[in-house]
Design a protein around this ligand. Structure first.
Ligand code: HT7
Ligand code: ZN
Length: 884
């Protein structure tokens, strides 16, 4: 397999200006007639035309109407002799959608035909310059059986449709916007659509459509509402209007990722479209809003301006994640709900991206090399990329950032560009900002891998009434980068008095105090900041709102953290203080042989949060949820998953018991009356009620009491929505209650045939906290369940990823059976869907940090996968990096 390097980028030798595609659709044998207008790129030396193609069969090649000779070399179709002037190139080829289990290119799902072209799927449909800097105008004609495929869709506008002989029909689509091939899409299926006409601010009329299988139409209301909200938001916040007459979303049950932003024809995993209160949870509703927003926002950040090459992936993904995060925050409607969303996003970053940055797949936001680009659709490119954009906004302000976006579109609309182009635009629109002053250094966030460490020390000097803060940064080595240069780190901060007062901030040299919060910009290995006119020793509240993606060691004692937990005006740091109090205790227990015994100071503080008269339920829920096992593992040099699990379970149980009356109070107080609404306030109440119920069932299990499990079972049966039903079921499974088994059986019977709900049924069992190896045994049995299949990505993830990635104590077993189970599944799945297999293989990224005996068995499992002769490039790259 070939390593592709960023520094080797060269512009294409040819441009393809327009494409006219005709498809004779047939699952076993689809004929593609591909007519292109091609011209040489005069900036490049004369050379043969090399077209990408994979798993397709060419039947004829014509240049300006005449057949030409061609050859195959390195998987490409090569034409040596071509005119110097622009020419037409016609290629006919065949592909077989029904054999395509990789779900990349043209494939079959539920009787319909769908495409997925990002990153390199178009070459599995026809021969092309399948790279994002080749942008063409597409006209597409689809011909197919009308009975089997009554709906025929492609990008852009429908220009013609009609009947054909032999029960066939056709539709012709034209997309006026030049686009890279990865944004091409077609759908041929038996679908129905929810439709909505809207008039946007600019006075233009548009048709919005959400296509689903018959019977799913009533599950599309939330997706449609989310789409309308996205259109309105992008125009209001960034002045970016919908540029198409028609915008379509199509849901498909077999899909490798969440969704795909094809121009005007977004294709979605059903998981991010279908929802009713009875079948989807609050988390699902929020996920739909965020993914619908994300794909819609790509229309400008990704489609109108796209990536020059795949190393620039974060140009569109980091920016679009930032935009969808801002959208979701703006949709919540309250300052606390915004903070809750921020906490959830940071939790996600720490749970997935921080371990990535510390493991074998660590790479910069703009990677330097890859073997298989699909392996680089990562949390680093997406979530850390979004943090880099967020830091830019912090450094230039919200209005300055909007100005920068405007300049970016003025400069680059219709082009394929780089991360440098984006950063330069934001800086140039804000010439007096810290970003503009320090842009080359700031851009190290794009080029250096790993999570920087930030250490702070404060010194209060009573006689001079000064408080001096030192901030020190250092980067850890990562694969291929042993040394790190200092970053530009925006540190939002305030000083909090022990009585809870926010202290006015005045730095030495400033004439007077201004405000109680500011952003310090660290750019040296160590910077000092001296605050004057400070009367009493304050508690520093640093990195408010998580203003930079770093690991902070602020050396705060428990007493300081308790002050912040009680008083910090920044909700993020208030939550963080609670997490740190829990983390300190958990890490101490993991590192010693003494059992963990919770102190009253900690439990009283958490009780005060739970009973607080003003705090939001969602905030309480997050503060009372303990740091995850994965996050705990992230703090340790040597990881013993069983010790981590034991410590966390012990703390959870003690908290359940110590606050028993408080949980009961919280459960009663946070019942949501009336019909279901997914709004942030109601969802917050439901999640706190569900957490309370879980804790009550846990405490009951320890005492042999059956009252709360009985109530949970009743609630499970009577629940008016999926959030409450699944919450009650999870309280039963999580406490290993006897009623868990009948409840699971009932759940399955109730939702048999609803694929997304059955996914939840598998995932819940695979993520149940491990006890005596029973969870692992059950997961193994579930492999044989008639509803299980490795071919459907959602189902495969619901069991395999859930167990191996989200249940470390069930997976990392002393007997090595979990690791062997993983190796078997990776090998099996690699033969079906290498992209998915490679994602699941990532669970071993940090195997080398495992304690014995887990380390040895993980190594053996990795070697077993590596030994498979015909392993895909996808999996080989992941395993190879892990074993390096
Ligand atoms: N841009 C899309 C990425 C994507 C994708 C990538 C590789 C293979 C399959 C895929 N499906 C979707 C989704 C997004 O980030 O919006
Ligand atoms: Zn995206």
């Amino acid at each position: 397999a070939q390593l592709i390097r960023r520094e080797d980028y060269t512009a294409p030798a040819y441009w393809i200006r327009s494409v006219d595609l005709t498809f004779e659709l047939d699952p076993a044998k689809t004929l593609v007639i591909n007519r292109m207008q091609v011209e040489r790129n005069a900036d490049q030396p004369a050379q043969p035309l090399r077209l990408h193609g994979e798993d397709i069969t060419v039947t004829r090649v014509l240049v300006n109407g005449d057949s030409v000779s061609f050859r195959h070399e390195d998987g490409q179709l090569v034409i040596d002799t071509l005119p110097d002037t622009p020419f037409s190139l016609e290629i006919r080829n065949i592909c077989a959608p029904d054999k395509n289990t990789k779900l990349s290119g043209l494939y079959q799902s539920g009787g319909g035909l769908f495409t997925q072209c990002e990153a390199e799927g178009f070459r599995r449909i026809t021969y092309f310059l399948d790279r994002p800097d080749v942008m063409a105008v597409y006209t597409v004609t689809l011909r197919a059986s009308k009975a089997a495929y009554p709906v025929l869709l492609s990008n852009g506008n429908l220009v013609e449709q009609g009947e054909l002989p032999n029960g066939k029909h056709f539709a012709k689509w034209h997309d006026p916007f030049p686009k890279p091939s990865y944004l091409f899409a077609l759908v041929a299926a038996d679908l129905v659509a929810r439709e909505q006409h809207i008039r946007t601010r600019s006075g233009k009329d548009h048709l919005l459509q959400v296509y689903v299988r018959r019977g799913d139409l009533e599950k599309t209301e939330h997706a449609m509402n989310s789409l309308i909200a996205s259109v309105v938001w992008d125009e209001a916040r960034f002045k970016l209007p919908l540029d198409l007459e028609r915008f379509m979303i199509v849901a498909v049950g077999d899909f490798n990722m969440g969704a795909m932003e094809n121009k005007g024809l977004n294709i979605f995993n059903t998981k991010f479209v279908l929802a009713t209160p009875a079948t989807a949870t609050d988390v699902d509703y929020a996920g739909i809003e965020s993914v619908v927003g994300h794909e819609y926002f790509h229309n400008w950040t990704g489609n109108r301006i796209t990536c020059r090459d795949w190393f620039q992936l974060s140009l569109k993904e980091g920016l679009t994640v930032f935009r969808d995060q801002e959208f979701s925050m703006d949709m919540t409607g309250s300052a606390t709900a915004r903070a809750v969303k921020r906490i959830e996003d940071v939790r996600q970053l720490r749970q997935i991206q921080f371990p990535e940055d510390a493991g074998s797949m660590a790479h910069p936001v703009r990677p330097d090399s890859y073997v298989e680009i699909n392996n680089f659709y990562t949390a680093t490119v997406y979530e850390k990329g979004a943090e880099v954009v967020r830091m830019m906004q912090t450094l230039v302000g919200r209005d300055g950032f909007a100005r920068g976006m405007t300049l970016y579109f003025e400069r680059f609309d219709g082009q394929a560009v780089t991360c440098d182009d984006f950063a330069q635009s934001i800086a140039d629109a804000n010439p007096d900002s810290e970003l503009a002053r320090q842009l080359p250094q700031f851009k190290r966030w794009y080029s250096q891998a790993g999570t920087p460490r930030l250490a702070s020390r404060g010194r209060f000097d009573a006689p001079t009434r000064t408080y001096t803060l030192s901030l020190e940064q250092h980067g850890l080595p990562s694969p291929g980068q042993s040394e790190k240069e200092p970053y530009v780190i925006p540190v939002a901060m305030g000083l909090v008095g022990r009585d809870g007062r926010a202290i006015p901030l005045q730095l030495e040299g400033e004439a007077e105090a201004s405000g109680t919060e500011r952003v310090l910009v660290l750019n040296q290995p160590r910077n000092f900041y001296t605050f004057v006119n400070v009367d009493v020793e304050p508690v520093p509240s640093l990195l408010r709102g998580f203003s930079a993606p770093v690991v902070l060691n602020d050396h705060l004692a428990d007493a300081d953290l308790l002050v912040l937990l009680q008083h910090d005006p920044d909700p993020f740091n208030r939550w963080e203080a609670g997490q740190r109090l829990a983390l300190n205790r958990l890490l101490a227990a993991i590192g010693s042989d003494e059992p963990l015994v919770l102190d009253a100071g900690f439990t009283d503080a958490l009780r005060a949060v739970l009973r607080h008269p003003e705090l939001d339920a969602a905030f309480k829920d997050l503060t009372l949820t303990l740091p995850s096992e994965t996050y705990l593992a992230e703090q340790l040099q040597v990881v013993d998953p069983q010790k981590i699990h034991a410590a966390r379970e012990s703390m959870k149980l003690q908290l359940a018991q110590a606050l028993r009356d408080d949980w009961a109070w919280a459960f009663e107080q946070h019942q949501v009356a009336g019909g279901y609404s997914p709004d942030a306030v109601s969802a917050g109440k439901r999640s706190l009620a569900n957490l309370s119920l879980s804790m009550l069932c846990l405490a009951s299990a320890a005492d042999g009491d059956t009252v709360w499990p009985g109530r949970a079972f009743q609630r499970f049966k009577d629940a008016g929505n999926m959030t409450d039903r699944l919450g009650a079921l999870s309280a039963l499974t999580g406490s290993h209650a006897e009623l868990a088994a009948p409840a699971l059986e009932r759940f399955h019977a109730l939702f048999k045939g609803d694929a997304l709900v059955i996914d939840k049924w598998f995932a819940l069992q695979a993520t149940t906290p491990e006890k005596n190896g029973l969870v692992f045994e059950r997961a193994k049995q579930l492999l044989k369940h008639p509803d299980f299949s490795l071919k459907n990505p959602n189902r495969a993830r619901s069991l395999i990823s859930a167990l191996c990635m989200n249940n470390p104590a069930a997976f990392h077993r002393a007997d090595g059976a979990g690791h062997a189970f993983w190796a078997d599944r990776i090998v099996e799945l690699d033969g079906i869907n290498p992209q998915l297999a490679a994602r699941m293989a990532r669970v071993m990224d940090r195997w080398a940090a495992l304690a014995e005996p887990y380390r040895t068995s993980a190594h053996a499992a990795l070697q077993r996968v590596a030994a498979k002769a015909d392993l895909s490039n996808d999996v080989r790259e992941i395993i190879g990096r892990a074993l390096q």
